[in-house]
Design a protein. Sequence first.
Length: 128
Amino acid sequence: GITHGDMYAHNILVPKSGATEEAAVGGAAGQGSKPQGQQGGRPAAILSDLGAAFFYCDERTKSDETSRLVERIEALAFGHFLGELVSICRGWEDSETKRLMEVGKIVTDCRVARVADRPGFDEVVARL
């Protein structure tokens, strides 16, 4: 996997309209370049500030304890990001309260102090 190393809301560009304008990823992409993962010709979101990004595992090291812990360090950043995202959401319907509580539990689990007790991204994705 690859870890961003600094995944917070201020490093994720998403326009209010929902259609991302063409932009440089981390200031490194050229004019008109298009990141992978696009939807409808434009990316849904763009990560910026990739200065802390690095690869932490591959198929050979997937079960490696160090790789497992690095993934859980990144889970803390994701927990902060998800918490920020939920805090700005408005207009939740009463029927969505349970779903919001489940997302809040993911945020809490990603933010626990002991790194080894945080969920990995396979678990986070399954829960989302």
